[in-house]
Design a binder for this molecule. Structure first.
Ligand code: FPP
Length: 252
């Protein structure tokens, strides 16, 4: 036990030394996967995996803020997740409220600004209220932006943008050809830079309808670790790996 603690303390020191604070990714997006498998492998109900997943959210938000990440976007519930059994959906829908109840004071203190990306209208009232209250209470904060993607699906986000553009073009508010910058401004992530780094846990190597437009040039980092076991050391490893890469954006 103490050996493990010592190992991770040494590793943290080593990573802290290796990470260049001037070159941390501005925007990190995370697909938090593997809660269910984490629980089942321990003979626990799947909800326990999600409950533990919230603990990881807490740690990772703290660590990202400390590392100086400007934007952290977490995929918490997809438009496809409604197809899960009702008991699991209900449990997942209880989490934002619990999270904000315990974390909001610290988020406010740390100058974090909370935002929701996704189709809020279809979320249960208590979930919408929890996130909207969190957003409202942190609206004027100028530190890290923390996006919760809830009832989020990238294809539906893109279609929503297209339909809004059609409406505005018909009303004469958008004229001529639509360029990438204008199109981006119709997405939920309007005004934010695209993710520099996408992390997905649990060994799956898919994008799963997450930020399809925004991830065009993001660096991808995959780990076999299940989300409940993902720690600040893993986040630091991902950031360090990102810093070792040469981003070319199609150039030489
Ligand atoms: C995927 O794991 C995870 C989810 C569908 C939910 C993720 C949600 C959290 C980590 C908590 C969110 C916290 C807040 C504060 C909103 P899975 O269940 O698909 O895992 P599996 O692939 O192993 O079954």
């Amino acid at each position: 036990m103490w050996g493990l603690v010592l190992d991770s303390t040494i590793r943290e020191k080593e990573l802290t030394r290796k990470i260049d604070p001037e070159k941390v990714p501005r925007h990190i997006a995370i697909i938090m996967d593997g809660n269910g498998r984490w629980a089942v492998e321990r003979g626990l109900p799947r909800q326990e995996g999600h409950r533990q997943g919230v603990e990881t959210v807490r740690d990772i938000v703290r660590c990202a803020e400390k590392l100086g990440i400007s934007i952290l976007t977490l995929f918490a519930f997809s438009t496809e997740n409604w197809q899960r059994p009702a008991w699991e959906v209900n449990y997942l829908m209880s989490l934002p409220e619990k999270y904000f109840q315990s974390e909001l004071p610290e988020l406010i203190r740390k100058n974090v600004q909370v935002r929701l990306i996704g189709d809020a209208a279809r979320l249960p009232r208590k979930v919408r209220k929890a996130v909207e209250d969190g957003s409202e209470a942190t609206r004027d904060n100028t530190g890290m932006i923390l996006n919760f993607a809830l009832n989020y699906g990238s294809r539906s986000e893109i279609l929503r943008a297209v339909n809004n553009l059609i409406k505005e073009a018909a009303a004469g508010k958008v004229k001529g050809q639509v360029d990438e910058k204008t199109f981006s401004s119709y997405l939920y992530t309007a005004g934010l830079p695209d993710p520099d780094l996408l992390i997905r846990t649990s060994g799956e190597k898919r994008i799963s309808n997450f930020l399809l437009w925004q991830l065009a040039y993001s660096e991808l980092w995959f780990t076999n670790v299940y989300w409940p076991d993902f720690s600040k050391l893993h986040l630091m490893e991902a950031v360090h790996d990102y810093q070792m890469r040469k981003r070319r954006f199609g150039k030489l």
